[in-house]
Design a protein around this ligand. Structure first.
Ligand code: ATP
Ligand code: MG
Length: 454
């Protein structure tokens, strides 16, 4: 971590905007996440400028502006084809709803503005024109020591805005910092405020945490501080839930490993986090082996996840992908699978979902801590056979059949209707078993036969 800001790191337009504000007799700083990320030597995408100018003056200073959040003091400045948020220095009034301040108060100095921010490492300002750093809460020291510490009194700050503790858990993962002791101790007293945070915000923070290289860091904080109990109590049932001979870890620790091993996009990582959500509820001792079983945990888990994903406003396509991955995560491949079995697997999972599923399978195998090499080898073999099956171009969906609905409709007394799909699906089953049947001449008589049987 370089721990210093180099002028060259600052985007040229940001520097120019700050200079314009100076020429207008004001001061301007870059603040918050962008300063933190520059100090970490990370690329900055999202620049925030804070200025002594009031919103009206910001609007007058620049030719092209959009008064995006003017009530909160934020003006979007369009500068050489890009847009930048410029916010007037503000303190904050009382918080009575635990979500946003009752009113916005503009203040005259940068220190007051920094005092309303959540963590010390997010409360550093930098004047890019004269190179001065403003760091009233010793954020630079915390950066160096990799510590996440609340600005001011943590209990009071977290009670003002319940989102802060979740942001804190997220930063522990994305920054790979440790929570300062008093800061962590204050999480518990903010849980009631945290309950008021909207599901959309929770979803957003979870997905940001998933971009960390070790997202389990965030979820461990959520587990031990009570955040997870509020957001997803079912996941806590995994803690201490012992598994069977195939596993080295309890369900929670296994899940955390799978989460960290899974790489892919954040949505796939949500699937990794939830893949065994139903294990605690489906756990039963087998009479035969006297070991734990988890019958149908993949189906029960997909249903449990579906409800939660709806509550937390995941989109339909995100939900479909996640629940599909959970439903099919028990791959159970063996070399004895016939080629038809491989094709049936692709059809069941959906050709587009095979890759994410094999990625999840790999993470799952790595997270078991037992028999890992053998499982990875099996998955690798399956991947090769899937690629081969796809390359061969055989039918995997009804759309790949040599005949379509229009060929089937005339065979049915009732014409178009659900029977059409039924017949096409039955034909697909036959073609998956024997790809040589996929010609018009062979399928038409089979379709006629099926139509008669209806
Ligand atoms: P990221 O952009 O990675 O989500 P960030 O820290 O930049 O992280 P933003 O939401 O972009 O987060 O906010 C910019 C800055 O505003 C933060 O660095 C922090 O100083 C302040 N801030 C954001 N949210 C809060 C909050 N809930 N309470 C107090 N200060 C906040
Ligand atoms: Mg930001």
């Amino acid at each position: 971590m370089p721990h210093r800001i180099l002028r060259q790191q600052i985007a040229q337009p940001v520097l120019e905007i700050c200079k314009e504000l100076r020429n207008a007799g004001e001061s301007a700083w870059i603040v918050g996440g962008c300063v933190r990320d520059m100090l970490r030597g990370e690329k900055v995408n999202d620049w925030d400028v804070a200025t002594t100018a009031l919103p009206k003056k910001v609007q007058d200073t620049f030719r092209r502006v959009i008064p995006t959040g003017i009530d909160h003091g934020t003006v979007t400045v369009l500068w050489k084809g890009e847009s930048f948020e410029v916010t007037s220095l503000r303190g904050e009034g009382a918080y009575s709803d635990g979500r946003r301040p009752d009113n916005v108060v503009f203040v005259g100095n940068i220190e007051q503005d920094l005092a309303r921010r959540d963590f010390t490492v997010n409360a550093i300002a930098y004047d890019p024109v004269d190179g001065q750093v403003v760091d009233p809460f010793d954020g630079l020291t915390d950066m160096r020591n990799r510590v996440l510490r609340a600005v001011g009194n943590p209990t009071a700050r977290f009670r003002e805005d319940g989102l802060r503790i979740l942001r804190g858990a997220r930063f522990v993962a994305t920054l790979e910092f440790e929570l300062e002791e008093e800061t962590e101790a204050a999480f518990g007293s903010a849980l009631d405020t945290f309950r008021k945070v909207s599901p959309e915000r929770v979803r957003e923070e979870w997905l940001k945490a998933m971009k960390a290289s070790t997202p389990s860091r965030a979820f461990e904080v959520m587990r031990r501080t009570g955040i997870l109990e509020v957001t997803y109590p079912e996941l806590l049932e995994q803690v201490g839930c012992e598994q069977n001979q195939w596993h080295a870890y309890d369900v929670w620790n296994h899940t955390m490993r799978v989460l960290d091993e899974s790489d892919g996009d954040p949505i796939e990582r949500v699937a990794a986090l939830l893949h065994d959500v139903a294990k605690p509820r489906t756990r039963a001792k087998s009479d035969k082996t006297n070991d734990w079983t988890f019958y149908h945990h993949e189906k029960v888990g997909a249903d449990m996840a579906d409800r939660w994903l709806r509550d937390y406003r995941f989109s339909n396509s995100e939900r479909d992908l996640i629940t599909g991955l959970i439903r099919h995560h028990l791959i159970c491949y063996s070399s004895e699978w016939t080629d038809a079995a491989v094709r049936r697997f692709i059809k069941r999972v959906g050709a587009d979902n095979v890759d994410p599923l094999l990625r999840l399978g790999t993470a799952d195998a790595l997270g078991k801590g037992r028999n890992v090499e053998a499982e990875l080898a099996a998955l690798k073999e399956l991947r090769g056979r899937v690629e081969q099956a796809i390359e061969e171009g055989g039918a995997l969906t009804t759309g790949d059949l040599a005949i379509g609905g229009n060929d089937v409709i005339p065979l049915l007394d009732g014409g178009a209707g659900p029977a059409v799909g039924q017949i096409l699906r039955a034909l697909l089953e036959k073609v998956i078993d024997d790809p040589s049947l996929n010609t018009r001449d062979k399928l038409m008589p089979l379709a006629e036969e099926l139509a008669k049987q209806l």
